[in-house]
Design a protein around this ligand. Structure first.
Ligand code: T46
Length: 132
């Protein structure tokens, strides 16, 4: 499976403006149990640097942009997340890092489960061992 998978949400906008919809178990391929958003991120401070054991997530920049590095332990790819209706799927066991946040960036993340720190692998060496 490709390391980079985008989920494109329909834009039901009209002359009044944009309206973008995400429905769980339809275009979002999991039940959404949590959402969180990141803003006022500092352009020169990167975030992430972890993988999840089981969690599935989709990250959108509903305003502005940031770069996401995706790394499955074999292959690495870096992409810009920069469209409000185009989310990057972050599957389990993919090391990810967010870099170069624009000043206006608002990142919205849909997650398949509640917050659980024990689902995080925050050491790269440990990730490389556990991914096999
Ligand atoms: C991810 C990337 C894309 C909570 O208590 N509940 C939550 O739902 C979240 C997301 C975080 N936290 C706590 C855990 C840390 O003490 O908030 C603090 C900051 O989280 P973290 O350093 O993990 O933030 P990022 O930006 O490095 O990573 C976040 C998500 O945590 C992570 O799951 O995949 O965004």
């Amino acid at each position: 499976m490709s390391l980079i998978e985008w989920i494109e949400l329909p834009n039901l906008g009209d002359h009044r403006g944009a309206l973008i919809v995400a429905e769980a178990d339809k275009i979002i391929p999991f039940e959404i149990k949590r959402l969180y958003y990141i803003f006022d991120a500092k352009p020169d401070i990167s975030r992430g640097f972890h993988a999840h054991k089981e969690l599935n997530q989709i990250a959108f920049c509903i305003k502005g942009k940031c770069k996401m590095l995706m790394d499955n332990g074999i292959e690495k790819q870096e992409v810009w997340i920069d469209q409000p209706n185009k989310g990057l799927l972050i599957p389990p066991m993919v090391w990810h890092e967010m870099h170069d946040f624009s000043d206006d960036c608002i990142m919205l993340v849909l997650a398949s489960d509640h917050y659980d720190e024990s689902d995080y692998i925050r050491e790269y060496d440990k990730f490389l061992v556990e991914r096999v």
